[in-house]
Design a protein around this ligand. Sequence first.
Ligand code: GAR
Length: 195
Amino acid sequence: KQRLAILLSGRGSNMVALVNAVQGGVLNGLAEVAVVFSNKPDAPGLETAAALGCPTASLSSQGRKRDEFDAEVVDLLNQYAPDYLVLAGYMRILSPTFIRAFAGRILNIHPADTHQHQGLHAYEWAFENQLPETKITVHVVDEGLDTGPILAQAPVDLRGANTLHEVERRGLAVEHFIYADTLARLLRSELKVEN
Ligand code: GAR
């Protein structure tokens, strides 16, 4: 089984979908959750992870210099010997040192087409521009902001979505499916990660 470190900063709905997939879905028998880590000790997702039976860890990034903080996180995560780092709403830009420590083994889910929109507020962007469709992207993290090799994309139909809440609701349903599905295909060597 491949060991996953799931990183989050907030609610953790993608983490829940991944843990469910490990415990009784497409990732069952393929992966195990080594740790759920947060840079915010009070993130709701951490408590949810513990309730699901996952090991949890946190280090507060507040007021910390990026390089120093990331070096500590690398050390902490290495104690759990992860094969893959799975970013699930981890709202921090990773330093080059961090990315090199796990090169090609960090995955992210981005709630837009990474060619069209990078960074924060992707659902707001889709809603404000009244897009008829947006995309969810699962990609390998490289040293740019949302620029790494794409592993999978799936469309979200936004026609008739009149509120931001509705845009998010439809998008998250796709996120929760595609992240575990893509990871399962990666772990079965059905996808290639360019390095
Ligand atoms: C998700 O929509 C995820 O795609 C997004 O944050 C949300 C986290 O929700 N990530 C980014 O915008 C990364 N740039 P969750 O905590 O419920 O999984």
